[in-house]
Design a protein around this ligand. Structure first.
Ligand SMILES: [Ca+2]
Ligand SMILES: [Ca+2]
Ligand SMILES: [Ca+2]
Length: 199
């Protein structure tokens, strides 16, 4: 059983920066490359000190999140996510993932979107490996979303055997949605999620 505790802080323009919860004194995030107006970030939740890496396009973010194996993803994330062939390519890439062979783990476990229907800004979640089938064994999580992403998630999709559970409050408290592989509409949880588990 392996559980990683992560915190998203608010140090970047996107509010997508984080540090291990066990070391709050060192929580200040490094400057985020490409931070600013970019809404296409990759977050490696298995890194010792996770920090988002942001790109100018969804295409570039996917290339980074797949270790370069998918370099031609559609520019529009929503178009990509609704395409079964694209989702299959992600799973094929995950099957060939090399884990932590480079600075960013290359198994893509999920994508979180700001708006419903896989629209607006997104962050791509990577890890060194995917999820185990048991939901009791939580594989990855983010305990606190930052100032930008807190109460903003409007849709999501998971990959690599993962299912996501979104919580109303940070540190997995408050009301939560059932584990699911994806939702184009968060329903009552729209703009409410403050922490997330993947299992
Ligand atoms: Ca939103
Ligand atoms: Ca909340
Ligand atoms: Ca699991």
């Amino acid at each position: 059983m392996r559980i990683r505790t992560l915190m998203l802080t608010s140090a970047t323009a996107l509010g997508l920066a984080l540090a291990p919860a066990v070391a709050p004194a060192q929580a200040a995030a490094a400057p985020v490359p490409g931070a600013g107006t970019s809404g296409h970030c990759v977050l490696d939740v298995s890194a010792e000190r996770p920090a988002p890496v942001c790109f100018g396009s969804f295409t570039e973010a996917i290339a980074r999140a797949t270790g370069g194996r998918i370099a031609d993803a559609p520019a529009d994330a929503g178009t990509a996510l609704k395409d079964a062939r694209f989702r299959a390519r992600v799973e094929d890439s995950n099957a060939r993932g090399a884990g932590r062979s480079n600075s960013l783990a290359d198994v893509l476990i999920g994508i979180e979107f700001e708006d419903s229907d896989f629209d607006d800004n997104e962050w791509v979640v990577t890890a060194a490996w995917g999820c185990t089938s048991s939901l009791a064994d939580v594989d990855w999580h983010v305990a606190e979303l930052g100032s930008y992403w807190n109460d903003q998630v409007g849709s999501y999709q998971t990959f690599s055997g993962c299912r996501a559970q979104h919580f109303e409050h940070s540190h997995f408290t408050g009301i939560s949605m059932a584990y699911d592989t994806g939702r184009a509409d968060m329903g009552w949880m729209d703009d409410e999620a403050s922490s997330i588990r993947w299992s």
